[in-house]
Design a protein around this ligand. Structure first.
Ligand SMILES: *Cc1c(COP(=O)(O)O)cnc(C)c1O
Length: 393
Protein backbone atom coordinates (compact mmCIF):
# COMPACT_ATOMS: atom_id res chain seq x y z
CA UNK A 1 0.00 0.00 0.00
CA UNK A 2 1.33 3.44 -0.90
CA UNK A 3 2.20 5.80 1.95
CA UNK A 4 -0.31 8.64 2.14
CA UNK A 5 1.26 12.09 1.90
CA UNK A 6 -1.41 13.37 4.32
CA UNK A 7 -1.04 13.30 8.08
CA UNK A 8 -3.80 11.62 10.09
CA UNK A 9 -6.58 14.11 10.76
CA UNK A 10 -5.87 15.70 14.11
CA UNK A 11 -7.70 19.01 14.56
CA UNK A 12 -6.55 21.37 17.34
CA UNK A 13 -8.65 21.45 20.51
CA UNK A 14 -10.35 24.81 20.64
CA UNK A 15 -12.76 26.50 22.98
CA UNK A 16 -15.40 27.71 20.52
CA UNK A 17 -16.57 31.07 21.88
CA UNK A 18 -17.53 32.59 18.57
CA UNK A 19 -20.93 32.97 16.85
CA UNK A 20 -21.04 29.23 16.06
CA UNK A 21 -20.22 26.45 15.82
CA UNK A 22 -20.14 25.90 19.58
CA UNK A 23 -18.35 23.19 21.56
CA UNK A 24 -19.77 19.69 21.24
CA UNK A 25 -20.34 17.16 24.01
CA UNK A 26 -18.26 13.95 23.73
CA UNK A 27 -21.53 11.95 23.61
CA UNK A 28 -22.55 13.85 20.45
CA UNK A 29 -19.17 13.17 18.83
CA UNK A 30 -19.47 9.50 19.76
CA UNK A 31 -22.96 9.36 18.23
CA UNK A 32 -21.58 10.77 14.96
CA UNK A 33 -19.17 7.83 14.84
CA UNK A 34 -21.81 5.13 15.46
CA UNK A 35 -22.39 2.50 12.71
CA UNK A 36 -24.23 3.86 9.70
CA UNK A 37 -27.50 2.08 8.86
CA UNK A 38 -29.73 2.51 5.84
CA UNK A 39 -32.06 5.50 5.60
CA UNK A 40 -35.11 3.20 5.69
CA UNK A 41 -33.70 0.83 8.32
CA UNK A 42 -36.22 0.39 11.17
CA UNK A 43 -33.52 1.59 13.57
CA UNK A 44 -33.11 4.84 11.67
CA UNK A 45 -36.87 5.34 11.35
CA UNK A 46 -37.05 5.11 15.13
CA UNK A 47 -34.22 7.66 15.44
CA UNK A 48 -36.26 10.00 13.20
CA UNK A 49 -39.42 9.55 15.25
CA UNK A 50 -37.59 10.17 18.53
CA UNK A 51 -35.89 13.23 17.06
CA UNK A 52 -39.26 14.66 16.03
CA UNK A 53 -40.74 14.08 19.49
CA UNK A 54 -37.78 15.83 21.14
CA UNK A 55 -37.75 18.70 18.63
CA UNK A 56 -41.42 19.36 19.43
CA UNK A 57 -40.45 19.59 23.11
CA UNK A 58 -37.67 22.07 22.31
CA UNK A 59 -39.86 24.20 20.05
CA UNK A 60 -42.72 23.90 22.62
CA UNK A 61 -45.15 22.87 19.91
CA UNK A 62 -47.61 20.18 18.93
CA UNK A 63 -46.91 20.83 15.24
CA UNK A 64 -46.92 17.53 13.37
CA UNK A 65 -44.65 18.93 10.63
CA UNK A 66 -41.53 19.24 12.80
CA UNK A 67 -38.31 17.71 11.48
CA UNK A 68 -34.62 18.22 10.73
CA UNK A 69 -33.89 19.55 7.25
CA UNK A 70 -30.71 18.09 5.74
CA UNK A 71 -28.44 21.14 5.63
CA UNK A 72 -27.21 23.90 7.94
CA UNK A 73 -29.30 26.71 9.42
CA UNK A 74 -29.37 28.54 6.10
CA UNK A 75 -31.04 25.48 4.51
CA UNK A 76 -33.73 25.80 7.19
CA UNK A 77 -34.18 29.45 6.22
CA UNK A 78 -34.45 28.54 2.55
CA UNK A 79 -36.82 25.63 3.28
CA UNK A 80 -39.24 27.90 5.13
CA UNK A 81 -39.15 30.66 2.53
CA UNK A 82 -39.52 28.52 -0.61
CA UNK A 83 -42.42 26.53 0.85
CA UNK A 84 -44.39 29.58 1.98
CA UNK A 85 -43.65 31.82 -1.01
CA UNK A 86 -44.96 31.53 -4.57
CA UNK A 87 -43.64 33.85 -7.27
CA UNK A 88 -45.26 37.27 -6.86
CA UNK A 89 -46.23 36.81 -3.19
CA UNK A 90 -45.55 39.78 -0.94
CA UNK A 91 -43.13 39.29 1.91
CA UNK A 92 -41.94 41.77 4.51
CA UNK A 93 -38.47 41.05 5.88
CA UNK A 94 -37.16 42.78 9.01
CA UNK A 95 -33.48 43.58 8.60
CA UNK A 96 -31.37 44.71 11.58
CA UNK A 97 -28.37 42.53 10.86
CA UNK A 98 -26.74 40.14 8.43
CA UNK A 99 -29.21 37.29 8.86
CA UNK A 100 -32.27 39.43 8.21
CA UNK A 101 -30.44 40.61 5.10
CA UNK A 102 -29.86 37.00 4.07
CA UNK A 103 -33.56 36.21 4.51
CA UNK A 104 -34.47 39.12 2.22
CA UNK A 105 -32.03 37.79 -0.39
CA UNK A 106 -33.50 34.27 -0.16
CA UNK A 107 -37.05 35.65 -0.44
CA UNK A 108 -36.16 37.65 -3.54
CA UNK A 109 -34.60 34.59 -5.18
CA UNK A 110 -37.79 32.63 -4.40
CA UNK A 111 -39.73 35.21 -6.43
CA UNK A 112 -41.27 37.16 -3.54
CA UNK A 113 -42.03 40.86 -3.87
CA UNK A 114 -39.87 41.82 -0.92
CA UNK A 115 -40.39 44.85 1.30
CA UNK A 116 -37.47 45.40 3.66
CA UNK A 117 -38.01 47.19 6.97
CA UNK A 118 -34.89 48.27 8.75
CA UNK A 119 -33.40 49.04 12.12
CA UNK A 120 -29.75 49.89 12.72
CA UNK A 121 -27.45 46.97 13.57
CA UNK A 122 -27.75 46.29 17.32
CA UNK A 123 -31.33 47.60 17.55
CA UNK A 124 -34.63 45.69 17.48
CA UNK A 125 -38.08 46.27 15.95
CA UNK A 126 -40.84 47.97 17.95
CA UNK A 127 -44.30 46.42 17.28
CA UNK A 128 -45.63 49.76 15.92
CA UNK A 129 -43.12 49.69 13.09
CA UNK A 130 -44.31 46.24 12.02
CA UNK A 131 -47.98 47.29 12.37
CA UNK A 132 -47.37 50.20 10.04
CA UNK A 133 -45.67 48.18 7.33
CA UNK A 134 -48.11 45.25 7.32
CA UNK A 135 -51.03 47.68 7.06
CA UNK A 136 -49.38 49.29 4.06
CA UNK A 137 -48.03 46.22 2.24
CA UNK A 138 -50.58 43.52 3.20
CA UNK A 139 -47.97 40.77 2.88
CA UNK A 140 -48.49 37.01 2.84
CA UNK A 141 -45.44 36.44 5.09
CA UNK A 142 -43.47 38.52 7.58
CA UNK A 143 -39.94 37.26 8.30
CA UNK A 144 -37.96 38.23 11.39
CA UNK A 145 -34.85 37.07 13.27
CA UNK A 146 -35.32 36.21 16.96
CA UNK A 147 -31.62 36.27 17.90
CA UNK A 148 -29.49 38.33 15.47
CA UNK A 149 -26.13 36.62 15.79
CA UNK A 150 -24.40 39.31 13.75
CA UNK A 151 -25.24 41.99 16.32
CA UNK A 152 -26.20 40.25 19.58
CA UNK A 153 -29.71 41.76 19.69
CA UNK A 154 -32.75 39.93 21.06
CA UNK A 155 -36.09 40.56 19.31
CA UNK A 156 -39.34 40.09 21.25
CA UNK A 157 -41.99 38.34 19.20
CA UNK A 158 -45.28 38.03 21.09
CA UNK A 159 -46.82 41.37 20.18
CA UNK A 160 -45.51 41.24 16.63
CA UNK A 161 -47.13 37.83 16.19
CA UNK A 162 -50.55 39.28 17.08
CA UNK A 163 -50.08 42.19 14.70
CA UNK A 164 -49.02 39.93 11.84
CA UNK A 165 -51.97 37.58 12.35
CA UNK A 166 -54.49 40.42 12.68
CA UNK A 167 -53.27 41.53 9.25
CA UNK A 168 -53.88 38.01 7.90
CA UNK A 169 -50.19 37.26 7.34
CA UNK A 170 -47.89 34.43 8.42
CA UNK A 171 -44.98 34.93 10.81
CA UNK A 172 -41.69 33.26 9.85
CA UNK A 173 -39.04 33.28 12.59
CA UNK A 174 -35.29 32.63 12.49
CA UNK A 175 -34.51 30.81 15.76
CA UNK A 176 -31.10 29.51 14.68
CA UNK A 177 -29.25 31.00 17.64
CA UNK A 178 -32.11 31.24 20.14
CA UNK A 179 -33.31 27.62 20.25
CA UNK A 180 -31.93 25.90 23.34
CA UNK A 181 -30.54 29.14 24.82
CA UNK A 182 -33.60 31.34 25.45
CA UNK A 183 -37.35 30.56 25.31
CA UNK A 184 -38.77 29.88 21.84
CA UNK A 185 -42.51 29.35 22.37
CA UNK A 186 -43.80 28.23 18.99
CA UNK A 187 -47.37 27.45 20.12
CA UNK A 188 -47.50 30.01 22.94
CA UNK A 189 -46.51 32.86 20.62
CA UNK A 190 -48.28 31.34 17.57
CA UNK A 191 -45.22 31.34 15.35
CA UNK A 192 -46.24 29.88 11.97
CA UNK A 193 -42.91 28.66 10.61
CA UNK A 194 -39.64 28.50 12.53
CA UNK A 195 -36.20 27.24 11.59
CA UNK A 196 -33.08 26.65 13.62
CA UNK A 197 -29.65 25.05 13.30
CA UNK A 198 -27.70 22.40 15.15
CA UNK A 199 -24.43 24.28 15.63
CA UNK A 200 -25.44 27.10 17.97
CA UNK A 201 -27.15 26.44 21.34
CA UNK A 202 -27.88 22.78 20.52
CA UNK A 203 -24.11 22.10 20.48
CA UNK A 204 -24.13 19.60 17.65
CA UNK A 205 -21.78 20.17 14.69
CA UNK A 206 -23.27 22.12 11.76
CA UNK A 207 -25.26 19.99 9.32
CA UNK A 208 -28.98 19.92 10.16
CA UNK A 209 -31.73 22.52 10.45
CA UNK A 210 -34.67 21.79 12.77
CA UNK A 211 -37.88 23.32 11.35
CA UNK A 212 -41.52 23.42 12.40
CA UNK A 213 -44.63 24.46 10.47
CA UNK A 214 -47.92 25.34 12.19
CA UNK A 215 -51.50 24.92 10.90
CA UNK A 216 -51.65 28.30 9.10
CA UNK A 217 -48.36 27.62 7.32
CA UNK A 218 -49.51 24.16 6.28
CA UNK A 219 -52.75 25.59 4.93
CA UNK A 220 -50.73 28.07 2.87
CA UNK A 221 -48.51 25.28 1.54
CA UNK A 222 -51.55 23.16 0.64
CA UNK A 223 -53.15 26.09 -1.20
CA UNK A 224 -50.14 26.59 -3.47
CA UNK A 225 -50.84 26.80 -7.20
CA UNK A 226 -47.20 26.28 -8.18
CA UNK A 227 -44.67 23.63 -7.23
CA UNK A 228 -42.16 24.55 -4.53
CA UNK A 229 -39.18 26.07 -6.38
CA UNK A 230 -36.66 23.76 -4.63
CA UNK A 231 -36.99 20.02 -5.19
CA UNK A 232 -34.65 19.19 -2.30
CA UNK A 233 -36.43 21.37 0.26
CA UNK A 234 -40.03 20.72 -0.86
CA UNK A 235 -41.83 19.98 2.43
CA UNK A 236 -44.76 18.32 0.63
CA UNK A 237 -42.28 15.57 -0.32
CA UNK A 238 -39.92 15.71 2.68
CA UNK A 239 -42.91 15.31 5.03
CA UNK A 240 -43.77 11.98 3.39
CA UNK A 241 -40.34 10.70 4.40
CA UNK A 242 -40.55 12.00 7.98
CA UNK A 243 -44.29 11.21 8.23
CA UNK A 244 -46.29 7.94 8.19
CA UNK A 245 -45.39 6.96 4.61
CA UNK A 246 -41.60 6.90 5.07
CA UNK A 247 -41.35 7.34 1.31
CA UNK A 248 -37.80 7.74 0.03
CA UNK A 249 -37.05 11.34 -0.93
CA UNK A 250 -33.33 11.88 -0.38
CA UNK A 251 -30.89 9.85 1.69
CA UNK A 252 -30.93 11.46 5.11
CA UNK A 253 -27.46 12.23 6.53
CA UNK A 254 -27.72 9.27 8.90
CA UNK A 255 -24.84 10.02 11.27
CA UNK A 256 -25.67 13.74 11.51
CA UNK A 257 -29.11 12.70 12.66
CA UNK A 258 -27.54 10.42 15.29
CA UNK A 259 -25.59 13.44 16.51
CA UNK A 260 -28.66 15.65 16.69
CA UNK A 261 -30.62 12.94 18.52
CA UNK A 262 -27.91 12.71 21.17
CA UNK A 263 -27.66 16.52 21.43
CA UNK A 264 -31.42 16.71 22.01
CA UNK A 265 -31.25 13.99 24.68
CA UNK A 266 -28.57 16.09 26.43
CA UNK A 267 -30.76 19.22 26.27
CA UNK A 268 -33.73 17.41 27.76
CA UNK A 269 -31.62 15.69 30.45
CA UNK A 270 -30.54 19.14 31.57
CA UNK A 271 -34.05 20.57 31.23
CA UNK A 272 -34.98 23.50 29.01
CA UNK A 273 -35.62 25.96 31.85
CA UNK A 274 -32.37 24.99 33.55
CA UNK A 275 -30.54 25.43 30.25
CA UNK A 276 -31.96 28.92 29.74
CA UNK A 277 -30.99 29.80 33.34
CA UNK A 278 -27.44 28.51 32.77
CA UNK A 279 -27.07 30.66 29.65
CA UNK A 280 -28.29 33.69 31.58
CA UNK A 281 -26.05 33.11 34.60
CA UNK A 282 -22.89 32.75 32.51
CA UNK A 283 -23.85 35.76 30.40
CA UNK A 284 -24.19 37.94 33.51
CA UNK A 285 -20.83 36.79 34.86
CA UNK A 286 -19.12 37.38 31.50
CA UNK A 287 -20.76 40.78 31.26
CA UNK A 288 -19.53 41.79 34.71
CA UNK A 289 -16.03 40.63 33.78
CA UNK A 290 -15.96 42.39 30.42
CA UNK A 291 -17.16 45.60 32.05
CA UNK A 292 -14.34 45.37 34.59
CA UNK A 293 -11.91 45.03 31.66
CA UNK A 294 -13.36 48.25 30.23
CA UNK A 295 -15.38 46.66 27.42
CA UNK A 296 -18.86 47.93 26.60
CA UNK A 297 -21.71 46.04 24.93
CA UNK A 298 -22.71 47.05 21.39
CA UNK A 299 -26.41 46.36 22.15
CA UNK A 300 -28.51 48.45 24.56
CA UNK A 301 -29.26 47.06 28.04
CA UNK A 302 -32.36 44.86 28.03
CA UNK A 303 -31.91 43.75 24.41
CA UNK A 304 -28.74 41.71 24.86
CA UNK A 305 -28.62 38.04 23.99
CA UNK A 306 -27.12 35.77 26.66
CA UNK A 307 -25.53 33.45 24.08
CA UNK A 308 -23.97 36.15 21.88
CA UNK A 309 -22.13 38.96 23.58
CA UNK A 310 -21.12 41.69 21.15
CA UNK A 311 -18.71 44.22 22.65
CA UNK A 312 -17.07 47.29 21.19
CA UNK A 313 -13.35 46.95 20.50
CA UNK A 314 -11.52 49.63 22.52
CA UNK A 315 -9.80 52.41 20.55
CA UNK A 316 -6.15 51.63 19.77
CA UNK A 317 -6.62 47.85 20.12
CA UNK A 318 -5.97 45.72 17.02
CA UNK A 319 -8.97 43.47 16.30
CA UNK A 320 -7.13 40.80 14.31
CA UNK A 321 -4.10 40.69 16.63
CA UNK A 322 -6.24 40.08 19.71
CA UNK A 323 -8.32 37.38 18.03
CA UNK A 324 -5.15 35.80 16.65
CA UNK A 325 -3.49 35.79 20.08
CA UNK A 326 -6.59 34.28 21.70
CA UNK A 327 -6.58 31.50 19.11
CA UNK A 328 -2.88 30.80 18.90
CA UNK A 329 -1.84 31.20 22.54
CA UNK A 330 -4.99 30.15 24.33
CA UNK A 331 -6.90 28.01 21.82
CA UNK A 332 -9.94 30.26 22.15
CA UNK A 333 -12.01 31.31 19.15
CA UNK A 334 -14.13 34.46 19.33
CA UNK A 335 -15.86 36.15 16.40
CA UNK A 336 -15.15 39.46 14.70
CA UNK A 337 -17.82 41.90 13.59
CA UNK A 338 -19.95 41.31 10.47
CA UNK A 339 -21.17 43.83 7.90
CA UNK A 340 -20.98 47.40 9.20
CA UNK A 341 -19.70 46.03 12.55
CA UNK A 342 -16.54 44.61 10.94
CA UNK A 343 -13.51 45.77 12.89
CA UNK A 344 -15.77 47.43 15.47
CA UNK A 345 -17.00 44.54 17.59
CA UNK A 346 -16.01 41.19 19.00
CA UNK A 347 -18.71 38.59 19.21
CA UNK A 348 -18.25 36.30 22.19
CA UNK A 349 -20.45 33.23 22.08
CA UNK A 350 -21.67 31.36 25.14
CA UNK A 351 -23.73 28.80 23.29
CA UNK A 352 -24.81 25.40 24.58
CA UNK A 353 -21.84 23.37 25.87
CA UNK A 354 -19.62 26.46 25.63
CA UNK A 355 -21.69 28.32 28.22
CA UNK A 356 -19.83 27.41 31.43
CA UNK A 357 -18.10 29.21 34.32
CA UNK A 358 -14.83 27.58 33.28
CA UNK A 359 -14.93 29.13 29.83
CA UNK A 360 -16.06 32.53 31.13
CA UNK A 361 -13.15 32.70 33.58
CA UNK A 362 -10.55 31.40 31.11
CA UNK A 363 -11.64 33.88 28.46
CA UNK A 364 -11.52 36.83 30.87
CA UNK A 365 -8.01 35.87 32.03
CA UNK A 366 -6.78 35.38 28.46
CA UNK A 367 -8.43 38.55 27.20
CA UNK A 368 -6.73 40.52 29.96
CA UNK A 369 -3.37 39.28 28.64
CA UNK A 370 -4.28 40.19 25.05
CA UNK A 371 -5.54 43.66 25.97
CA UNK A 372 -2.46 44.35 28.09
CA UNK A 373 -0.19 43.26 25.24
CA UNK A 374 -2.00 45.84 23.10
CA UNK A 375 -1.16 48.59 25.57
CA UNK A 376 -4.69 48.87 27.00
CA UNK A 377 -4.92 49.92 30.64
CA UNK A 378 -6.46 47.03 32.55
CA UNK A 379 -6.53 46.51 36.31
CA UNK A 380 -4.81 43.13 36.80
CA UNK A 381 -7.34 40.41 37.67
CA UNK A 382 -10.32 42.76 37.54
CA UNK A 383 -12.25 40.77 34.91
CA UNK A 384 -11.95 37.42 36.64
CA UNK A 385 -12.71 39.00 40.05
CA UNK A 386 -15.89 40.67 38.75
CA UNK A 387 -17.11 37.45 37.14
CA UNK A 388 -16.42 35.49 40.33
CA UNK A 389 -18.33 38.09 42.31
CA UNK A 390 -21.26 37.73 39.90
CA UNK A 391 -21.23 33.94 40.37
CA UNK A 392 -21.04 34.33 44.14
CA UNK A 393 -23.83 36.93 44.27
C1 LIG B 1 -25.80 30.92 12.02
C2 LIG B 1 -27.07 31.57 11.64
C3 LIG B 1 -27.73 31.29 10.42
C4 LIG B 1 -27.12 30.42 9.36
O1 LIG B 1 -26.86 29.15 9.81
P1 LIG B 1 -25.71 28.28 9.07
O2 LIG B 1 -25.67 27.05 9.94
O3 LIG B 1 -24.46 29.10 9.10
O4 LIG B 1 -26.17 28.00 7.70
C5 LIG B 1 -28.93 31.90 10.17
N1 LIG B 1 -29.49 32.76 11.06
C6 LIG B 1 -28.89 33.06 12.22
C7 LIG B 1 -29.54 34.02 13.16
C8 LIG B 1 -27.66 32.48 12.54
O5 LIG B 1 -27.06 32.78 13.70
Amino acid sequence: MAQSPYATLNPPRRILMGPGPSDTHPRVLAALGAPTVGHLDPYFLQVMTETQVMLRQLFRTKNELTLAVSGTGSAGMEACVVNLIEPGDKMVVCVNGVFGGRMADVAGRAGAQVTVVEQPFGETFPPEQIAEVVALVKPKVVGIVHAETSTGARQSLEEISKIVHDAGALLLVDAVTSLGGIPVEVDGWELDAVYSGTQKCLSCPPGLAPVTFGPRAIAAIEKRKTKVASWYLDMTMVRNYWGQDRAYHHTAPINMNYGLREALVLVLEEGLEQRWARHQKNHLALKAGLKALGLNYAVPEGKQLPMLNAVLIPAGVDDAKVRGMLLNEFGIEIGGGLGPMKGKTWRIGLMGETSSPRNVLVLLAALERCLTSQGAKVTPGAGVAAANAAYAG
